[in-house]
Ligand binder design. Structure first.
Ligand SMILES: Cc1cc2nc3c(=O)[nH]c(=O)nc-3n(C[C@H](O)[C@H](O)[C@H](O)COP(=O)(O)OP(=O)(O)OC[C@H]3O[C@@H](n4cnc5c(N)ncnc54)[C@H](O)[C@@H]3O)c2cc1C
Length: 320
C-alpha cells in the first residue's frame, strides 16, 4: 500500500492549492478526485461568469489572466488545469474516496480503485454534489433538474425556475434571452440580496416590464408532466410547464463527514468542528479546506477567502 504524508480528498481549486503547497513543502502527497480536474467548475453553467475578479481566484500567486476582469468558467478551467499539468501535481482523477479508517498513527483510505495510507488527510470536497431538494411530488420527473447547463436546451419552452439567488437568477435571465418563457418561483418577498450587484437591476427590470413572470412568497406544491402547481399568497395557481430548474442551492456531504468522525454542530448550520488556526478537525491529522468548512452556510466560503487554507494546513503539519 502506497503511503503519503498528506492525502487530499477533492481536486477542486482548494484541493489543488493544497497539493501545490504540499509539493512546495516537500511532503509526499496525493490528490484523489472523483471526476475531472476541478469537477465542480466543469459542471457549472457553460457561460458562467465568476463574481470574483481573476486575481482573487489565483492560487499560490500564479497569475490568472482573463479577458474581462471577472473570468468565465472556461478561463477558470484553463487556469486550474494548467496549474495541475505544469506543476505535474500528483492527482488521481475519476477515483472516488469511499471510506477512511483510522489506524493511528495512519489513516487508511479506500477508493473505488485502490487503497492508500496517509499520515494526514485533507477533506476538500466542496458542496456542489448534493442539491437542496424542494421535496414535492414530481421532483424526480426527468423534466426537473437541480443543475443548469445551457440555455439552448430550454428555447421556446415554458421554463419554471425555482430560487432567488445567483444560480437561479443567472439561469432565468439567460434562458429568457435565448427564447424561453420563464417563470420565477421565489419563496421570499424579493430577489435575493446577494445576487450580483450588476445582475440584480437587470432581473428586477425584466420582472417589472413583464418579460419574466415572478411569483413571490410562493412555493412549488407539485410538479406534473405538463403542469406546475404553486401555492401563492392569492391561492393555488396551475401553470403550463415543460421544464423545471430547481436551483435552491447545494449542501456538503454531511454523511461523509460524519463517517470520518468529524463532529457537526447540532443546530441547522451543521458547522464542522475545526480549529481555524490550523484547520484541523476534532480528529488528529484530519483537516478541512475550502467551502466544505461552512456547513449549511455555503455562502460564507469562496475560493477567494478559502485559498488561504492550503498554507495554513501545511504550516500546521510542518509544526507537528
Ligand atoms: C455557480 C457558482 C458560482 C461560484 N462563483 C464563485 C466566485 O465567483 N468566486 C468564488 O470565490 N467562489 C465562487 N463559488 C464558490 C466556490 O468557488 C466554489 O464552490 C469552489 O468550487 C470551491 O472550491 P473547493 O475546492 O472548496 O470545492 P469544489 O470546487 O467543489 O471541489 C470539491 C471537489 O471534491 C470532489 N469530491 C467530492 N467528494 C469526493 C470523494 N468522495 N472522492 C473524491 N473526490 C470528491 C468533487 O468532485 C470536487 O471536484 C461559486 C460556486 C457556485 C456553485
Amino acid at each position: 500500500m502506497q503511503e503519503f504524508d498528506v492525502l487530499i480528498i477533492g481536486g477542486g481549486p482548494i484541493g489543488i492549492a493544497c497539493g501545490l503547497e504540499a509539493k512546495k513543502k516537500g511532503f509526499s502527497y496525493l490528490i484523489v478526485e472523483k471526476g475531472p480536474i476541478v469537477n465542480s467548475l466543469f459542471n457549472y453553467p457553460v457561460n458562467m461568469q465568476f463574481f470574483s475578479s481573476s486575481e482573487r481566484l489565483e492560487i499560490d500567486d500564479i497569475p490568472f489572466i482573463s479577458k474581462e476582469a471577472k473570468p468565465k468558467r472556461n478561463e477558470a478551467l484553463e487556469y486550474y488545469r494548467r496549474i495541475v499539468t505544469s506543476n505535474q501535481l500528483n492527482i488521481h482523477l475519476f477515483e472516488k474516496v469511499l471510506e477512511v479508517q483510522r489506524q493511528p498513527p495512519l489513516f487508511v483510505i479506500k477508493t473505488d480503485k485502490g487503497q492508500y495510507s496517509a499520515k494526514n488527510i485533507i477533506v476538500a470536497t466542496g458542496f456542489y454534489d448534493l442539491p437542496n431538494k424542494i421535496n414535492v411530488p414530481g421532483e424526480d420527473l426527468p423534466k426537473v433538474s437541480h443543475y443548469y447547463k445551457d440555455p439552448h436546451f430550454y428555447a421556446s419552452q415554458k421554463l419554471a425556475v425555482v430560487g432567488a439567488s445567483n444560480s437561479a437568477i443567472d439561469a432565468a435571465l439567460e434562458c429568457w434571452r435565448k427564447g424561453s418563457e420563464v417563470t420565477l418561483i421565489i419563496r421570499g418577498p424579493e430577489v435575493g440580496q446577494r445576487v450580483k450587484y450588476w445582475v440584480r437591476p437587470d432581473i428586477i427590470n425584466r420582472i417589472e416590464e413583464g418579460s419574466i413572470k415572478a411569483y413571490y412568497n410562493s412555493n412549488v406544491k407539485e410538479i406534473r408532466p405538463t403542469e406546475l402547481i404553486i401555492d401563492t399568497p392569492k391561492g393555488e395557481v396551475t401553470l403550463e410547464n415543460d421544464f423545471v430548474l430547481a436551483l435552491t442551492g447545494y449542501m456538503p456531504n454531511f454523511e461523509f463527514l460524519e463517517k470520518l468522525g468529524i463532529e457537526l454542530s447540532k443546530d441547522n448550520k451543521r458547522l464542522p468542528n475545526y480549529n481555524p488556526e490550523t484547520m484541523e478537525t476534532n480528529i488528529d491529522g484530519l483537516f478541512l479546506a475550502g467551502v466544505i468548512c461552512g456547513g449549511m452556510e455555503t455562502h460564507k466560503w469562496f475560493i477567494e477567502n478559502s485559498r488561504i487554507h492550503a498554507p495554513i494546513i501545511m504550516d500546521a503539519i510542518l509544526k507537528k
